[in-house]
Every structure is written in C-alpha cells, then in structure tokens.
Ligand binder design. Structure first.
Ligand code: XUL
Length: 537
C-alpha cells in the first residue's frame, strides 16, 4: 500500500493560467531555493493575484546530482553537503519551464528570492569576473564551476561542527548569544566556516568570498557579488544584532581573515543589483531590479502575513519551525531559540524542531495508516490529554531540546506497553510536538492571538486542533503553500513598487480557514505542560 506522505500532501502543482498578460500591470517574482527544489511565484501586486507558480525538484528533475533529498548521501551521518551547481541548474531549469509554459517573464518589474538558511558557498577571486562575462550560449554551472574554491556546500542539516562551536563559545563567551541572537550552533555558517578553515587551510586561503545560498543565487542574477540581508545574515553567528554589522571580534575568532571574505550586510529592502543580460534568454528584461535575497524563514514570515508581532507561524515540514516577529531582540535563556532579522524591520524569533514530519510519519507507518485514518483516530478515538499518556517524540537526534541519543521516551500506563493502541501513540506524538513548541517558545514573550500554519501537516485539521488547544490560540490556514517564494515576491513589490506590507498581506496572506481553541481544554493542557516540562528535564 502506497502511503500518502506529508511531502505528497504538501506538493503544490504548477499552475499555468493561459491569459492575456497585458492586463497584468504590476508583476513581481519570488524564487525559493529550498532544500528539495526551486519554486517561483509571480504576483500581480496591483490586482492582488498570484498569477503563475512553477517548481522543480532536485531529486526527480536533476537525478545526475544523485541528491534525491537535496543533499549528497554520504557515510558520515552528521555531515550534510549539497552541490551548489545543482542549485544553479535548478534555477535555470525553473526559468526554462516558466518560459516554455508562457509565464509573462518579460513583464516582471523586479524580483527577489529566498534560500535555505545557513548553507554556504565558497568562491575564488575569479568569480565576479566570470559572472560579468557569462555567455548566454552555455549554462551558468559549467561556466562558474572553476571559480568554486570548495566543491560542496555544507547546508542547514549538517551538525558536524560541535567542536568548532565549543571553540567559538570559549573564545567569545556569553556575548556570542547576546549579540548575535544565537549561541554557537552547529548548522550556522560561522562554525561551518571555522571547520573549513581548520581542515582545508589552503582552500580557505584561496577563497575570496563566502556567500549564503541566498546571496550566492542573487549574485548570479545580478552578475556581481550580492550583499547578505540582515534576515539571513543573522543565521551565521557572525552578525552583531545591536550594530547590524559583522562583529569583527567574533568574525576573527571564527576564522582569521574572514572579515574580508564576507559580503556586506544590508537591510532586506536594499537593491542587490540589476538583472544580468544573461537572463534575457529566458525572456526577462535585462536590468530590472533584484531585491537582496533573504532566508526561507524571514521570507515566510512575510509570505504568511506575520510581519507584525502577535501572530506566530508554525511551519510543519521535514523539520518544524516556529517563528514570530519581535520588535526588540530578546534571547532564549535556554539557548535553543534564534533571533533573525525581520525583512519588514525589527527582528524575528525562530525555533527549529528537527523531528517534524519524521516523527509523525514514523508512527503513521508503524500502524500502516493513511492520513485520513490518522484524522479519524485523532477526532474519534482519542481524547485531549491522552489519558495521561505522553511522549518525548525524538525519533532522531533533536536540536530543541538537545537530544543526542535518539529514541522516543514514554510516560503513562498505556503507552509504556510495547505496542499500545494506534490512537494513544499518534496523539502522544502530536501532543508532544505541540507541547514542546509551547514550552520552547515561552521566551519570545507576549501571547499569540493566532498561529498561522503552513507546510504538509497543516492539512491535518486534527493536528491543527491540538495546536489550537495547547496554545489556546486561533489557528489560521493561509491560501498559498509557497510562503517563502510568495514572501520574496512581496518583498520585491514592497522594495521596488512601493506596495505597503499591509496591502500586500491583505491581498496575498489571507486566512482561508480558522480553527478556534476549545476553552475547556485549557486546564488539561496547562497541567500537561507542567508534567511535560518535568518529563523533558
Ligand atoms: C532554520 C533552519 C531551517 C532551514 C530550512 O534555522 O535551519 O529552517 O532554513 O531551509
């Protein structure tokens, strides 16, 4: 029996609307370069419509890179790298498809993008020159491959830099978290760069520029080195959030000589450059503005319409993330949460839970269930609070909270049995995830009136109901599944078209479905939260 996975549930089909593009006046494009593939969303900012979407998947569309899940499969479980040439081929394939399907690329007024956060690309001094002289006769990947000083890029899934984190921590102390918004974190770019410097000094010395995925792809579009925006730059353990400049002491302690290899940090509304003539072959007008790219989470904050404090976003994917706008940068005393720049100004919090769909899929597969069965079980065959049965749902190592020895832990009469009823175990995973989100988001302060949910599991009304009851907040589902690409298009429309955030979110980030909390569940989950907190400790 083929199981319907969360990924399949979330997969957005491309939309090709045949129409008279002349009536669309104000077209902006957003590109999302995520772990699994590249997506584009074209919006008409004036009409408030999404007019075209398209996507490619690295695994199925570029099998030659042998990265079915977006990274190179290797023997070292903590190491996760990707080939940056795959990202470039993915971007070009996407543009080719858009052109073939008749997307109005010649009418795009400005574009921006989103990149998976923390990943880094290492380039020699020849990079800008090669970029300037790109020949439209050939693909970009082949032309720039010789300018890479490191053939592969560590991505956010890499957690092999524990030692480097300890070294940076002992060199800088508590100031690291207070000033960069995050403690030394394995997947963050600074510790990753330090590992490269320690292990491959020669190639580090050959490196003239280190880009994030976001600024690297923006550089290709502009034909010159792009700056890094505050949103994504804050995910490096190098940006001082008080000065919004690279922190020279931290940068130098991370890797000697690093400061001159980093692109300048800028606000997320800054123009990175103008579209390189190379892209005219896909039908774009050369010279249109390219707004600096940002990370996928900062872009999603915009795309989900949560740029103002009071609404949190729960993105339920491979990993789950919980994020919300913050006017002032506060730090998580437990050291799990992060602070990034909010593209609309101020800051945003982000908490990443690695056991997202993995844990949910694990129990679903254990009982051989389809998602509709899971819905039925949660609705009709289990009860809020789960009769005291509880699970710490860490099937793989976890970053929030830090769990290095994976394996779920159980508490409760029924669940401690080797094979409890499906309902008990499924509810225990979902309630465990929701309680962990509530527990680890307390440092953000201020209650949330609503949680906006996106990603595969957001289709599960019953999981949404658990979230509503655990947080005692309204759950809102939004219409677009592509919140990062949409957020990037909205940023281009804001920066270059002068469209206000208010107008853009009212048009594009509308709640299409709401689930209200059941106030009779408040006491159950308040009590359960304190049990869960003790259990986790
Ligand atoms: C955030 C994080 C992930 C990636 C996924 O810190 O590591 O959400 O951005 O692309």
């Amino acid at each position: 029996m083929a199981l319907l996975t969360e990924y399949n549930m979330a997969r957005s089909s491309s939309c090709t609307i045949t129409t008279d593009w002349k009536s669309f006046m104000s077209i902006y494009m957003g590109i999302d370069a995520s772990t699994q593939g590249v997506k584009a969303v074209l919006i008409d900012a004036k009409a408030g419509d999404i007019i075209f979407t398209e996507s490619i998947n690295f695994g199925s569309d570029l099998p030659e890179y042998k990265s079915p899940n977006g990274f190179i499969e290797g023997n070292e479980p903590l190491v996760k790298h990707a080939n940056p040439l795959m990202w470039i081929d993915g971007l070009e394939l996407l543009m080719e498809r858009l052109q073939k399907k008749g997307a109005p690329l010649s009418r795009v007024l400005a574009l921006s993008g989103s990149g998976q956060q923390h990943g880094s690309v290492y380039l020699k001094s020849s990079f800008p020159d090669v970029l300037r002289k790109l020949s439209p006769e050939k693909k970009i990947a082949g032309q720039i491959s010789g300018t890479l000083s490191r053939k592969t890029s560590p991505i956010w899934m890499d957690s092999s830099t524990g030692r480097e984190c300890d070294e940076i921590k002992s060199a800088i102390g508590k100031r690291l978290q207070n000033d960069t918004g995050s403690p030394a974190t394995e997947r963050f770019t600074g510790p990753q760069i330090r590992k490269f410097w320690k292990n491959e000094k020669e190639r580090y010395d050959e490196t003239a520029a280190i880009h994030l995925v976001s600024s690297f792809l923006a550089s290709l579009l502009c034909g010159e080195n792009s700056p890094v925006d505050f949103g994504d730059g804050a995910g490096m353990n190098l940006l001082n959030l008080k000065t919004l400049k690279w922190d020279s002491e931290i940068v130098e302690a991370t890797a000697p000589g690093l400061l001159r290899k980093l692109p300048p940090p800028v606000a997320s509304c800054v123009r990175a450059g103008n579209l390189s003539p190379y892209f005219s072959k896909y039908g774009f007008k050369a010279g249109i503005p390219v707004t600096v790219w940002s990370g996928d989470n900062p872009n999603s904050l915009i795309g989900t319409g949560a740029a103002e404090a009071g609404i949190a976003v729960v993105s339920l994917g491979t990993s789950d993330t919980f994020f919300a706008a913050m006017p002032e940068a506060a730090v998580d005393p437990d050291g799990y949460g992060h602070v990034f720049g909010n593209p609309a100004g101020g800051f945003m919090s982000l908490i990443c839970f690695k056991n997202g769909s993995l844990a949910r899929e694990n129990v679903r597969a254990e009982y051989g269930l389809e998602w509709k069965d899971v819905e039925d079980i949660l609705k009709n065959k289990s009860i809020p609070g789960n009769g005291g049965n509880m699970m710490l749902p860490y099937f793989t190592s976890e970053i929030t909270p830090l769990v290095l020895k994976p394996g779920p832990r159980f508490k409760g009469k029924e669940i401690e049995k080797s094979h409890p009823e499906a309902g008990v175990k499924i509810r225990a995973v979902m309630e465990g995830q929701a309680l962990s989100m509530r527990l680890h988001s307390q440092w953000i302060g201020g209650g949330f009136s609503a949680l906006r949910v996106t990603g595969g599991a957001s289709r599960s009304n019953e999981f949404c109901r658990i979230l509503a009851n655990v947080f005692q907040a309204r759950i809102e589902k939004i219409s677009s599944a592509d919140s990062a690409a949409l957020g990037a298009a909205m940023r281009a429309a804001n920066a270059e078209g002068g469209y206000s955030w208010k107008k853009l979110s009212a048009a594009f980030s509308v709640a299409v479905e709401r689930i209200n909390p059941d106030c009779s569940a408040k006491d159950i989950y308040d009590r359960m939260l304190s049990d869960f907190t003790a259990f986790e400790k």
